[in-house]
Write a new protein. Structure first.
Length: 276
């Protein structure tokens, strides 16, 4: 049944749609979401950026833990199914990571801003990104539906917890501890990377809140320089550490922890000190 749905969706395939849906699916990918979160956190609204980062990182851990429970295969290689942008299809199929991440990200934006236009934009983005995963042949419909639901629920729960806990560090530590037992069954590289990223987030937030406490103030030019330099530093770290570190999973954990730690805690210390 689900394969028939995928074949029906892919019956509309043409070069324009191939380009369009690959572009749309990129809106739910790591580099795009991290870049937008960085812009918000470093230059627009620190509290807003912190909440979105918490929501997305929690959603990533939940997604990969669920994937490692069900261990469902993707439709890649099934008869009559063609696959585009296969390199983005890492790990198991259920639930869709792109859909869940985008739902927790755009959902968090809508929930925080509380504007009708943002709710509409978020809904459209979640639907389009989910549909793009079907068009590209990397997920089944149930993967996308459940991923979208889990992403929205995660953003709602995280928002309530974020507002309820006055001590945000306590909230972040508790959330991290909740996922530690999943290490007994969740051994995928994506889950380990997620745990590393989250640990870096927690340590970075501790450093920022206790020793840095940066302000987003500054001229537009200064903020643009701050964001561009910061994203460049994170990209260099990603590429450089990947080239230096061995391929074992534990080093992926360390690599992602370091990148997250630098982005959240160390880079703000640098641009505060040098006033840019």
């Amino acid at each position: 049944m689900e394969l028939e749905i995928l074949r029906h969706i892919q019956s509309i395939a043409n070069p324009f749609f191939d380009f369009l849906f690959q572009l749309i699916t990129m809106c739910g990918e790591q580099i795009v979401l991290i870049s937008i979160i960085s812009i918000i956190y470093w230059a627009l609204d620190k509290k807003f950026g912190e909440y979105i980062a918490y929501s997305v990182l929690t959603s990533v851990l939940l997604n990969n833990a669920v994937k490692d429970i069900f261990k469902m295969k993707r439709p890649i290689g099934e008869e009559g199914i063609r696959t585009l942008r296969e390199k983005t299809a890492t790990g198991y199929s259920f639930p869709s990571g792109h859909t869940q991440s985008s739902a927790s990200f755009y959902g968090a934006m809508a929930i925080y801003l509380k504007k009708k236009a943002m709710y509409i934009i978020a809904t459209i983005m979640i639907i389009l990104i989910g549909f793009s995963r079907l068009y590209l042949g990397v997920h089944y419909p149930k993967d996308v539906i459940v991923g979208g639901i889990l992403g929205v629920l995660t953003s709602l729960i995280c928002y309530k917890l974020y507002n309820r806990f006055e001590n945000k560090m306590l909230l972040y530590v508790i959330t991290f501890i909740v996922f530690i037992p999943a290490l007994t069954f969740a051994h995928s590289a994506d889950f380990i990377k997620g745990m590393g990223t989250y640990l870096g987030f927690v340590i970075g937030m501790y450093i920022e809140k206790k020793y840095v406490n940066f302000s987003i103030e500054g001229s537009t030019t200064v903020k643009v320089i701050r964001v561009l330099l910061g994203i460049l530093i994170l990209l260099v770290l990603q590429v450089g550490l990947k080239a230096i570190f061995p391929s074992e999973t534990i080093f992926s954990f360390i690599r992602y922890a370091l990148i997250s730690f630098v982005g959240i805690g160390i880079y703000p210390m640098i641009f505060k000190k040098f006033k840019f």
